[in-house]
Design a protein around this ligand. Sequence first.
Ligand SMILES: Nc1ncnc2c1ncn2[C@@H]1O[C@H](COP(=O)(O)OP(=O)(O)OP(=O)(O)O)[C@@H](O)[C@H]1O
Ligand SMILES: [Mg+2]
Length: 705
Amino acid sequence: METEEIIQELGNVETELRHVQDQIKVLLERQEELYDRQSELKAVLEACTANENPDKDEDGPHSSPENWSGPFDWDSKADHLKFHVFGISAYRANQREIINAVMSGRDVLVIMAAGGGKSLCYQLPAILRDGIALVVSPLISLIQDQVMGLKALDIPASMLTSTTSKEEEKFIYKALEKGEGVKILYVTPEKISKSKRFMSKLEKCHHGGHLSLIAIDEAHCCSQWGHDFRPDYKNLGILKIQFPNVPMLALTATATQKVQYDLMEMLHIPKCVKFVSTVNRPNLFYMVREKSSVAKVVINEIAEFIRESYPNNESGIVYCFSRKECEQVAAELRDRGILADYYHADMDVNAREKVHMRWSKNKLQVIVGTVAFGMGINKPDVRFVIHHSLSKSMETYYQESGRAGRDGAASECVLFFRPADVPRQSSMVFYENSGLQNLYGIVRYCQSRRQCRRSAFFRHFSEPLQDCNGMCDNCAFSSDITEVDVSGYAKIMVSLVQDVQENDQRLTMLQLVDKMKNKHKETGADLKREAIEQLVIQLILESVLKEEFQHTAYATNAYVKLGPLAKHVLQERKTVKLEISNKQNKAGYKSAKRSLTLSGLEFKLDKLRKELSSNHGGLPHSILSAQQMSIISAQKPNSAEELEKIIGKLKTERYGSRILEEIKKFVDTDEPDDNMLNDEGSTKKPRKRQKIKKDFVVIESSEDE
Ligand SMILES: Nc1ncnc2c1ncn2[C@@H]1O[C@H](COP(=O)(O)OP(=O)(O)OP(=O)(O)O)[C@@H](O)[C@H]1O
Ligand SMILES: [Mg+2]
């Protein structure tokens, strides 16, 4: 064989090898997807058969065959505490059952959506059982909030963290030894993994029979498959080994099947009773908005949205991609008259805490944050969460958007999407475990203009579909969407990339879009820039193109290359379709709103709870929740006994006289309830700024409700 021939054949072989390798990659990815779908479907099937055969006994960690609804010996005590101490009138779905399982000494895994009421599931048994309950929680701010809330209810709660004083530490250690003085002790996971002293005290407590239960809050942090893995959570397995007979609760808002099995294994609770509540948040309206390429236009839209929909300083969050962007967006919103400030990891702890506190006390309307503004958020009345840029996965988006409406009242989640934001995210996540695959999941969610947004969450979390009730943009508005066959354009785009690649050059997504646009000018074809961007993304999602990454000294750049299925498009063996909206449905989110108004009395009660919270400490919502304000203004109780039926004994004793005074004043002025008040409480001129949505969608209810 001539050398030249050999070289030629070698070239051919190498080309074919590359091709085969690409195909293998596609097949492996497909295999991974199919495995995921297989386990999803198995879980759904399991859920369906469990529903059909509720009596069927099962072994191991599955949806509880036992009847955890009761009756149990502690029922009346538990009901009394629930209402008169916690001020909660009815249990939400699964709360009663979880409490009963813990009280029966079982280990329990709780998967319950954000705001579902997980805290009550361990706080109530902690008070009912003798001894001290240990609660592991990942963040000091979360712990502080919880301890403050419990203390306001006269429940002896303490925390042991890096900020605890020596004196307090001594008090806690003594309490652990004696088994009294503290009912609920919150610690960070580092205490378990790093403090031998603490562990020895805990052992003493257990030895004396005083360790009543162990709760692991935000338990998904145990698993590296979860969205917020914390190395210190890995060491919590020691707890079950040391204290095998103490019931353990692992609680989280989000855990895929993989994460659930992982954390059961890590915490050594293979026989736990598992309670899975739906991931559905029926009170959240999900929507995706087309994001302009002009930064000011985006800010104007966000500002307009907040001003028009939330004129009464209702709380919200705007999530941004970078720290710099946070600061800019916050400043621009302030320029437009919105009380906004930023929050990111570059700020020192005190500055962050200050912003968080101002927002919690409703002195700031909007926090513009990076993902750093995360788990510690306990505010129940967040009315809107806006994503200025897309999140890095469906799971992260579910979590971040889920910070809205934890009190059950209607709230909105808006994501501003433009394809050009994808490479920014992809160059950050590509090195993560399944990082790109996860990102493309949320990109699919954003690109879709037909599929129900909720169904995307159900699929992601392997749950049977539920009705959306028109609570997402795609279900609510029959938008003007046409599906266009763009295979011709796709072919041109792929050959552009091929040309560039053959010349050993590379293209970013934006360069590719420019090139495509120029090509169009030559050929006279007309595809808008936005549609071309959308096409690049579509081709990436369909493995026709792919992203590749290159590090420079300052950044990681994403380039667009030929993907495994490029040849199919070039050979016209694959059709590519785009969903194109003929006009942006701007009326969309406006008509989504139910323009119910906040009643005059609720408005007064809102002012009162703010005043009481600044006098008595604590946060406004822990004095009166939005739901309680709504019930009070509907029923207008005129005695302490009547009020007690709504907010329980403790709150009535503490704030009852002021609340009744407010109701009386309101009734005496003979105010029609739907009239609107201005800031001074004057009743004459209804002003636009008092317009508030107030319809409640109860998350889920037990038979009690
Ligand atoms: N049965 C109930 N009825 C009315 N309100 C409730 C009930 N249970 C809990 N809540 C309230 O719901 C809000 C959210 O509860 P909680 O903080 O326990 O949620 P969570 O499930 O821990 O959410 P996250 O995952 O965000 O931490 C709180 O204000 C709490 O007081
Ligand atoms: Mg919680």
